[in-house]
Design a protein around this ligand. Structure first.
Ligand code: FDM
Length: 212
């Protein structure tokens, strides 16, 4: 019998919501319970495309806005063969940011519409679950200063949050809003429950195509 596929689980959210911490804790918990799981993140800065993106985010280079949007998308597409292979082998992938960040961040810039921003990512492996870690700008501010990278300002983050809220209305995607203002452990418990349900359900379903 062919092995059951892994689930594609994505965590999204504004800065300071705790995405990376929660991704790591989830992977650890899944592995501890005997379920193969690995973490991935986008942008994946180690590839040639990822290095261009990283230099841009660190303000070491400037790139035209459409160009960088397409590079972020290309950075996802270049990892699709690996993602599919792992999922087929039964490994659940826990992904820190995906196409939703791509669309939310670029469409928060002047002159971009959601529709144009979504196009390059149409057909990517569709997540079985996207959890959006929700945190108000006031609560995010209590968690400390933003970093030094591009996009890390209050005004831009608020615009991004609004774009995420718009994207979450799309019923073709399995969104779950998670209250990220709770303790790290409570958020983890919540995320783990949703993930286990998704992993069980995904075993018997084909992997979908995003926004198709
Ligand atoms: N980002 C991330 C984008 O603008 N587009 C994308 O497609 C993705 C995946 O890059 F500011 C932005 C979001 C964030 C930055 O930061 C990446 P982290 O700290 O590595 O997640």
């Amino acid at each position: 019998m062919a092995c059951k596929r892994g689930a594609l689980i994505v965590l999204e959210g504004v800065d300071k919501a705790g995405k990376t911490t929660q991704c790591k804790k989830l992977v650890h918990a899944l592995q501890q319970s005997g379920r193969p799981a690995e973490m991935m993140r986008f942008p994946e800065r180690t590839t040639t495309i990822g290095q261009l993106i990283s230099a841009y985010l660190e303000n070491k280079s400037d790139l035209e806005d459409h160009t960088v949007h397409l590079l972020f998308s290309a950075n996802r597409w270049e990892l699709v063969p690996l993602m599919k292979k792992k999922l087929e082998q039964g490994t659940t992938l826990v992904v820190d940011r995906y196409a939703f960040s791509g669309v939310a961040f670029t469409s928060a810039k002047p002159g971009f519409c959601l529709d144009w921003c979504m196009k390059p990512d149409v057909g990517l492996p569709k997540p079985d679950l996207v959890m959006f870690l929700q945190l108000s700008p006031a609560e995010a501010a209590l968690r400390g200063q933003f970093g030094e990278e591009r996009y890390e300002t209050n005004v831009f983050q608020r615009a991004v949050q609004q774009k995420f809220e718009h994207l979450m209305k799309d019923p073709s995607v399995n969104w779950r809003a998670i209250d990220a203002s709770q303790s790290v452990e409570d958020v983890h418990e919540n995320i783990t429950t949703h993930s286990l349900n998704t992993i069980n359900a995904a075993e018997n379903l084909p992997l979908g195509e995003l926004w198709k």
